[in-house]
Structure formats: C-alpha cells, structure tokens
Design a protein around this ligand. Structure first.
Ligand code: TSJ
Length: 641
C-alpha cells in the first residue's frame, strides 16, 4: 500500500533504551497492571500485525486464548525480518529486546503506523513469563524464545535457528503474561472480542479469527466487516430509527487519508467517534474539529440557500446540526501526536485541515445529488434548534432565581446548615420512606428529597421534557450547580450545596431501576458529580435479627445472614425488610442515615468511555448499554464508611 517502494531492512531499526525500565514501571508502558493492562498486551501484538496489513501484506490475523493462559497471535504477512542487524544479531532479536524498535518512528520506512501503538512488541516480551516467536519466510521456519524479555535460545552466527520448512510467510507470537507483574492474568474475552471487532470495522479487507480454548466447548468467532466503517455505523445504530441512509466518503489530502461514515437517527444526541491509525481517540481531537466545523458551515449555507434560514435568522449551531448524527471519522496519519489526560486526543493541526478539505468537497458533492437526505438533515437541525431555544428559556426560568425557595422546591426538606462540605441530600424513593427519613434525619446537615415512582428515562426523553419534570427540576435547583448538555456548559460544581448526594432506594427491582435512572441523569447532565465523588448509594439493611439472648443486629446482605446463621443455630427471629417504608424513623436513622453506622457505596466511573470496550458499550444489545454500564459500575463501587 504505502511502503513497497521503500525498502525496510534491519538497519532502519533504531535502538532507544533497554527493557529493565519496562519491568520496573510497567504502568508507564501499558497503562496499568490490572486486567485492562493485561488485555493491552494482546492489542499491542495485534496492532503490529494490523500494521503489516496496512502495509499491504497481511489479510488474516488469528488470536487464540490458550488453555495454559497464554495468547497466540498469528498473521500471514511477510514475517518479521530475520536478517542480520548492524548490532550483529538477527533483526528479530532487536525487535523484541529493544524498546521502540520496529521502525515505527521511521516515517520514511513506515508511512502509517499506530502512533502510540504498534511499537510494543518488546514491552509485551518484557512483561511475559515466556514468549515464543515463529517466523515463516524464504521457505524456512525460524524460532526464537524469551523469558521475561531475556533471549534463551542460542543463535547460529547471530542468526535464528531454522526449525522447519514452510511455503507461506507469516509471524506467530505466543506469550504468557508474567504473574509477577500482573494483578490478574486471565484475559477478559469480552473486551478483547469487542476490540477485535472494532479493528475489523476499521480494516474492511482484514479477517480476524478469534478462538478461546480456555472454555468448554471452545468459543470461536470470525470478525470480517467488508462494509468497513459504514457497517460500524449500522451496528451502532442497530436499535435506532434511521432518518437517513449511511453516507460514506473518503479522500486524501496532504498525505493524510480520510474515511468518514455517518447517519442520522431519531435521537436527541450526537455520537461522533474519531480514530487515527485505527486507534480510537476517546478525547477526540483535530480530526473531529475539522469535520464538525466544515459540516456546520456547509449545512448552514444549504439552509440559507434553500430558505430554511431567513436573512434575519441566526445560523444553526454545530450541536443543532449534529443532533441525531452518528459518525465515524477515521484517518491515517504518518506522524500522529496525541495530547490530553489519557493521551487519546489527536493534536496534529494538519489533520483538521485534511479532514475539513475532504469533508467539504465530499458532502457538497453528496448533498447536491441527494436533496431528500439534505432536507432530512436540515429538519433535524431545525428541531434541535427549536428545542435548544425552548431549553434556554426554561433554563433561564429555572436557574435565574438562584435563591432557595422552599415552596417552589416541592417536597424538599432542606437542612439548616449552608456549609456545603458538611451537608448531605438524600434522594428517597417513595413518600412513606421520605416521611420517615424527614423525621429521622439530622436536620442540621441532612436534606431529604422524596421522589415518586419512576422519573423519566433520560436516555430516551428530550431535554425539554426532562427539564419540565418537576422532580428533576427540584433536584437540579436543590443541588445549586445547574447542568450541562450539548450546548455550552452551565454546570458549576463549585456551587454544589451538598458534599454527598445519596440515593436511597429499596433493595428491589424498582429500587434498582430508580437508582439507575438517577445515575443516568447525573452521568448525562452532571457528570462531575460522579467524577468528583459526590454521589453515593445508600445500603439499607435487608434483615434484622433478634437473638434469644444478646443484641439485635441489622444484616446488609445474604452473606451476612449466612454467616449469622452459622454462628446462631436457630435461636433467633428474623425480620426481612422488603422496603424502606417498613422501617420506622428510628430504625431508618440507625441503619441508613446515621453517618456513624450506615453503609453506603460511593459511585465511581473510572473511565466514562473505556477506549478498549467502546464498541460493545455503544452498540449494546437490547438493553440501552450506557445504563447497564453505569449500573454495573455502581454495583462494583467500593464500600464506603
Ligand atoms: F508484535 C509483534 F512484533 F510481535 C508482531 C509482529 C506480532 C505479529 C503477530 C506480527 C508481527 C508482524 C510484523 N507481522 N508482520 C510484520 N512485518 C514486519 O515486521 C516487516 C516485514 C518485512 C519488512 C520489509 O520491509 O521487508 C518490514 C516489516 C516491518
């Protein structure tokens, strides 16, 4: 594809530093030594094979999770070079024992590399208890072995031993992650499958065969997505109502390849994903800015020439125009740079220029010929602008009288103190529990807001409906920091009136549903509340036990009950709480409100969108995925106090 004219050879490999550093600080190289870092080892290896595909020489990659806990990755590329390197050993040795070897920083030799990725074969080697490399090329099979990064095979005049003959070419790597390094050494199949699937979407001519031999029966899956990112868009929108067809285009500007697929669906938000050299850019970057700005400009121009926007009308803003849009912007850049908190934001200015140039030309070409689609897009923008204006109006009404008014705040029983660092607000499911909580609370520092039934599902409802909901309005007003969504950011966490926001719901399905809805609301409109650790879920007890002799006790889960049963053979009465409403004020105080005795979970979202599992996260299945995500994380959250 790109480098057939530039001969890559052993000399191109640059030697930067040794591998001891990798074992000393693995997190610096693979992010973490948790399961995520473990899975990352596979991605590093697979990315190298994908690079071979991008270079035009490999059509298949096989990934096998072996019964012994190791992973095997095979491709049918040219095979890692085995010829003599200037250091006097096989080039293969240099690739696996030298950090950053692999020619990835050699722009001449390698036009499209994974940027941060694809250089990590030596890192994986250093972090593996053992690694075996098999290379088929020139009719021979070569083999090399390492233990914790150290070569353990004798070379023959500096070259790899030939262990057999083979017709084809390719590379096979088998590695076993080192338990001295990793907290857990079991690969997580769901993350791996979704990452491989994503790779297949981004490389339509590549087939990836996945096999998990660790389970009985073995699981096999083939990822082949000849429709590429158009297929990706279809998958993302599988459960949504389409408003337009999938629009795709590609082009090249200044040596940067640009591939775009987009579709409008009947939803109230945008979902625009950026990839550079096949790597997902969780924090976006210049490719997205370039795309968005030119798209906005072009649609506004059309809207004016079609008369949708009159002379006196203001332009649609970018978010109006992207309302309902799902898009994938995938570029190939010869020398990508990344910035941002997680180094996943593309920073190259020429990428903005290239994407806007290609997008500008291609969407005009498309919309000139597809007027119906253009009209549908403008319709979406018009609807969004209307909602935005209504929302701005409501927001003004809602936020302006920043003063606290008990009357207009429905059933909120506020606390007396205004010292936010000491105040807590309990969002309580149901009026009767709300009533008990109001009686039981510490009035100085604990506010109670009862909410009834099921509040709106914010993933489904439009912003004006959400804000029209009295309970949500009361809650936003009570928190005091506004909210943010799409258009601008009016959320100011420094104004938060409570240090802890505690969701208090029954330990049943309805309670779980309410918690989920509230968490979704916070996550979508006030995510900083979660990021900064202000949101908690109360854990009321499930049981009260009264032994014949001794003190009564509250038990918070079934394990505690089982343990209790073991120690108190039968001589106790058991009371099961079906809901918060069954507890009187005193019991509620003892078990759920009293800071000294209560149990609660702090809600944490370690990474709102985890780069490695984004596909599955966004696509989900029947159940809206983001909700599950939040719910799962709420359940994983660590026990606090
Ligand atoms: F990660 C890895 F290094 F372990 C690894 C590399 C793992 C796997 C499964 C495949 C590969 C890999 C590397 N596949 N194909 C290549 N190709 C090269 O390294 C290569 C071959 C020939 C030439 C050339 O210019 O002749 C250049 C390169 C980079």
């Amino acid at each position: 594809m790109t480098n057939s004219d530039t001969q890559y050879s052993a000399q191109n490999i640059r030697i930067l530093e040794g591998l001891e550093a990798v074992r000393a600080r693995p997190g610096m190289y693979i992010g973490s030594v948790s399961t995520r870092g473990l899975n990352h080892l596979i991605y590093e290896i697979v990315d190298n094979a994908v690079d071979e595909h991008l270079a035009g020489y490999c059509t298949e990659i096989r990934v096998t999770l072996e019964t012994d806990g190791s992973c095997t990755v095979t491709d049918n590329g040219r095979g890692i070079p085995v010829d003599m390197h200037e250091k006097g050993v096989s080039a293969e040795r240099v690739v696996f024992t030298t950090l950053h070897a692999g020619g990835k920083f050699d722009n001449e030799a390698y036009k499209t590399s994974g940027g941060l990725h694809g250089v990590g074969s030596s890192v994986v080697n250093a972090l593996s208890e053992r690694m075996t490399v098999r290379i088929c090329s020139g009719g021979n099979i070569y083999e090399d072995r390492y233990e914790r990064g150290e070569p353990v095979m004798d070379l023959v005049n500096g070259l790899l031993p030939v262990v057999g003959r083979a017709k084809g070419t390719g590379t096979t790597i088998n590695f076993l992650p080192d338990p001295e390094i990793f907290e857990k050494t079991r690969f997580k199949e769901d993350d791996i499958k979704s990452r491989l699937h994503e790779t297949a979407y981004l490389n339509p001519e590549l087939t990836i065969y996945y096999k998990d031999l660790r389970i009985e029966p073995a699981q096999e899956e083939t990822f082949s997505e000849p429709d590429g990112i158009a297929g990706f868009i279809r998958a993302l929108n599988k459960t949504k109502e389409a408003v337009t067809d999938v629009i795709t285009f590609h082009g090249n500007a200044d040596g940067i390849e640009v591939d775009v697929a987009l579709q409008y669906v009947n939803e109230f938000h945008e979902n625009v994903l950026g990839f550079c050299n096949n790597i997902y850019n969780a924090e976006g970057g210049t490719h997205l800015t370039g795309f968005k700005s030119v798209f906005t400009q072009v649609i506004n121009n059309y809207a004016r020439s079609l008369g949708t926007l009159k002379e006196k009308d203001a332009n649609f803003n970018g978010a109006d125009i992207r309302n309902g849009m799902t898009a994938v912007i995938s570029i190939k850049h010869p020398d990508p740079r990344f910035e941002g908190q997680t180094k996943t934001k593309l920073d190259n200015q020429d990428a903005a220029k290239a994407v806007s140039q290609v997008t500008g030309e291609e969407i005009v070409r498309y919309f000139d010929r597809n007027l119906e689609t253009l009209k549908a897009v403008i319709d979406c923008a018009e609807k969004a602008a209307k909602i935005r204006k209504k929302e701005e109006q409501i927001k003004t009404n809602l936020i302006k009288p920043q003063k606290f008014s008990f009357d207009s705040n429905g059933k909120l029983a506020n606390c007396t103190s205004r010292d936010a660092s000491k105040c807590e607000i309990f969002i309580v499911e149901g009026d009767s529990a709300g009533g008990s909580a109001k009686m039981a609370r510490d009035r100085m520092y604990q506010a109670i807001l009862p909410i009834r039934g099921k509040i709106l599902n914010v993933e489904k409802a439009s912003i004006d409906k959400i804000l029209a909901n009295a309970e949500i309005k009361t809650m936003i007003n009570a928190f005091g920091c506004g909210f943010s969504e799409g258009y601008g950011n009016d959320f100011d966490i420094s104004k938060l009136r409570y240090d802890k926001i505690i969701i208090m719901a029954d330990a049943d399905v309805d309670g779980a549903h309410i918690s989920t809805l509230l968490l979704t609301l916070f996550y979508r409109f006030m995510p900083d509340l979660i990021y900064e650790g202000h949101v908690y879920v109360a854990m009321p007890p499930l049981y009260k036990v009264l032994p014949k002799k001794g003190e009564e006790e509250y038990l918070y889960d079934d394990y505690a009950l089982a343990r209790y049963r073991k120690n108190h053979k039968g001589d106790f009465t058991l009371q099961r709480y079906k809901g918060l409403g069954e507890m009187d004020a005193e019991q509620l105080w003892e078990t759920t409100l009293d800071p000294a005795r209560r149990k609660m979970k702090q809600v944490q979202i370690e990474d709102a969108i985890n780069a490695s599992s984004i596909t599955e996260l966004l696509m989900g299945s029947e159940v809206p995925p983001r909700r599950n995500f939040i719910h799962d994380h709420a359940a994983d959250a660590q026990l606090d106090i």
